[in-house]
Write a protein that binds this ligand. Sequence first.
Ligand code: MG
Length: 160
Amino acid sequence: MINLRVGQGLDIHPLVSGRACILGGVNIPSEIGPAGHSDADALLHAIIDAILGAAGLGDIGGMFPDTESAWKGASSLELLRLAWGKTASLGWRIMNVDCCLLLERPKIAPYVPAMKSNIAGILGLDPDAVGIKATTAEKLGFVGRGEGVFASASALLYRE
Ligand code: MG
């Protein structure tokens, strides 16, 4: 009997000038980037929450509190590695993750293969088991005005 669990995660960060634009662990050339306590990689944060949610392990804020200086400026690739390590140690394996990024700019399509490779490498997945789609918000709302980035992710875990 295989125990299947689905999880979902959402994240939002402001996009401001003078911040590196790191999404999916890829440093994308851009004048604006997500602001936050860590590197503010909204895509990886959404994936972490999807995984933790599926495994019943709470959320990213509980595992990596933004009141802790250890996580200030932290690479979210490292946070994903730690979150997945904890999850896998409980016997969970992962089938796939699927994500959406909403942002007006910069364009991320050229960087999607590198993002998939980063995420797949940490989770032990084939890159084709990591879906990353990106869309704009057609100029509507905070995303449409280019003020922020919104990420969502789903993850499917299983345990024998
Ligand atoms: Mg976040």
